[in-house]
Design a protein around this ligand. Structure first.
Ligand code: HEC
Ligand code: HEC
Length: 309
C-alpha cells in the first residue's frame, strides 16, 4: 500500500473511532426529567434523558477493543501491529502442525508388515484416507470397482492379492492387454468359444459344448488364461471360470471382449505417493478382501481338467 493510502486508512479508521466517542460523550449529559428546551404545538416538549449506563459502557468497551485490536494486529494501513501476526504465517503454522501429526502417525506404523497394518484400525483409517483421495475415482469409494475397474473387496485377483503383489501393483502400475483375437478365428471356432466361455461356471452347460469350447480354448486362449482358464497373474489375464467379470459377462460381453480386445491401465503411484502412503493404502486394500490370498497361492495352480465346479 502506498504511503498515501496507508495514511488515508489510518486517518479514516482512527477518525471514525474518535467521532463515535465524541458523539457518545456529547450525548451523555442530561438528567432524568430535564428537557431539551424545544417546544412544539405549544406544549410538546422533548426530554433530555441520558443514555442508559449499560449502553454507554458497552460502547466505551467496544471502542477500547477496537483501538486495542488495531494496535496489536495489522489493520491500520501499513502498520503491522505489535504482535507481527500475518495470515500466511498462521497458515504455515497450521500446515507445520498437520505435517508433524502426519509424520508421527506414520512413524507409529513403521516396521509393521502389511497384514499387521491391515489389523490396525489407525492404519486402516489412514489408508482409507489415501484411498479416497487417490483411488476412489476409478475403484469407487467402496472399492467395489465398475466395468473395467476391478473390485478390490472380493477374493478374485488379476495380479495377486498377496501383500507383495498389491504393493507392486500400486507402486509400478499394471497394464492388461487382451488382443482382439476373435477377429482372426473362423466363425465355427468363435461359435464354440462363445457357447462355452460365458457359461464356464454353469454346471448345467451341455457337455458337448463344453468339450468343443475347451478344445478351441486350449488352442487360442490357454497361453494367457491358463489351460484351466483360471487366469495368469503375471499378465493380469482374468480367471474366466468364476463368473466374476471385469468387463461385461454373458455371451454379448465376451463376444465384445474377443472381437474388440480390451486394454486397462492401473497407474503407477511411485512418483505420487510416498512409500509409507503406499504401504498403508496397500494394507487398507488387503483388509478389504474377505480371505486374503497367501503369497503361495499367487503361483499358477496345477492344471486340472475343467469339470463342473
Ligand atoms: C485411472 C484409474 C485408476 C486409479 C486412479 C487407480 N486404479 Fe487401481 N486399477 C485400475 C485398473 C483399470 C486396474 C485393472 C488393470 C488391468 O486390468 O490390467 C486396476 C487394478 C488395481 C489393482 C489390482 C487388482 C487385482 O485384481 O489384481 C489394485 C490392487 C489396485 N488397482 C489398487 C489401486 C489403488 C490402491 C489405487 C490408489 C492408490 C488405485 N488402484 C488407483 C485403475 C485405477
Ligand atoms: C495375449 C494374452 C491373451 C490371450 C491370447 C487371450 N486373452 Fe483374454 N485377456 C487377456 C488379458 C490380459 C485380459 C485382461 C484385459 C484387461 O485387463 O483389460 C483378458 C480379458 C479377457 C476377458 C474379460 C474377462 C472379464 O472378467 O471381463 C475375456 C472374456 C477373455 N479375455 C477371453 C479370452 C478368450 C476367449 C480368449 C481366446 C479366444 C482370450 N481371452 C485370449 C489376455 C489374453
Amino acid at each position: 500500500m502506498s504511503t498515501f493510502w496507508s495514511g488515508f486508512v489510518i486517518v479514516i479508521s482512527l477518525g471514525m473511532i474518535a467521532a463515535c466517542l465524541w458523539l457518545l460523550f456529547a450525548n451523555a449529559r442530561g438528567a432524568p426529567g430535564e428537557t431539551t428546551g424545544h417546544v412544539w404545538d405549544e406544549d410538546l416538549r422533548e426530554y433530555n434523558n441520558p443514555l442508559p449506563r449499560w449502553w454507554f459502557n458497552l460502547f466505551v468497551i467496544l471502542s477500547a477493543f477496537g483501538v486495542g485490536y488495531l494496535v496489536l494486529y495489522p489493520g491500520l494501513g501499513n502498520f503491522r501491529g505489535w504482535l507481527g501476526w500475518t495470515s500466511t504465517q498462521q497458515l504455515q503454522q497450521n500446515l507445520d502442525t498437520l505435517t508433524a501429526r502426519r509424520k508421527a502417525a506414520f512413524a507409529a506404523l513403521a516396521g509393521k508388515d502389511i497384514p499387521a497394518l491391515a489389523q490396525d484400525p489407525g492404519a486402516r483409517t489412514l489408508g482409507r484416507a489415501v484411498f479416497l483421495n487417490n483411488c476412489a475415482g476409478c475403484h469407487g469409494a467402496d472399492a467395489q470397482g465398475a466395468v473395467g475397474f476391478p473390485n478390490l473387496t472380493d477374493d478374485d485377483w488379476l495380479y495377486g492379492g498377496s501383500p507383495e503383489a498389491i504393493v507392486a501393483t500400486i507402486t509400478h502400475g499394471r497394464n492388461g492387454v487382451m488382443p482382439p483375437i476373435g477377429v482372426g478365428l473362423s466363425p465355427e471356432a468363435r461359435q464354440a468359444l462363445l457357447d462355452f466361455v460365458p457359461y464356464w461356471s454353469d454346471p448345467a452347460l451341455d457337455p458337448a459344448k463344453r468339450e468343443a469350447g475347451m478344445k478351441q480354448f486350449a488352442l487360442t486362449c490357454a497361453p494367457c488364461h491358463g489351460a484351466d482358464g483360471k487366469g495368469n497373474k503375471i499378465l493380469g489375464a482374468p480367471n474366466l471360470t468364476d463368473d466374476i467379470w471385469l468387463f461385461r459377462g454373458g455371451r454379448a460381453g465376451v463376444e465384445e471382449t474377443i472381437m474388440k480386445g480390451r486394454q486397462s491401465a492401473m497407474p503407477a503411484w511411485q512418483n505420487v505417493l510416498t512409500p509409507d502412503e503406499i504401504r498403508v493404502v496397500a494394507a487398507y486394500v488387503y483388509s478389504l478382501a474377505p480371505h486374503p490370498v497367501p503369497p503361495a497361492a499367487a503361483a499358477p495352480a496345477p492344471a486340472t481338467p475343467a469339470s463342473a465346479p
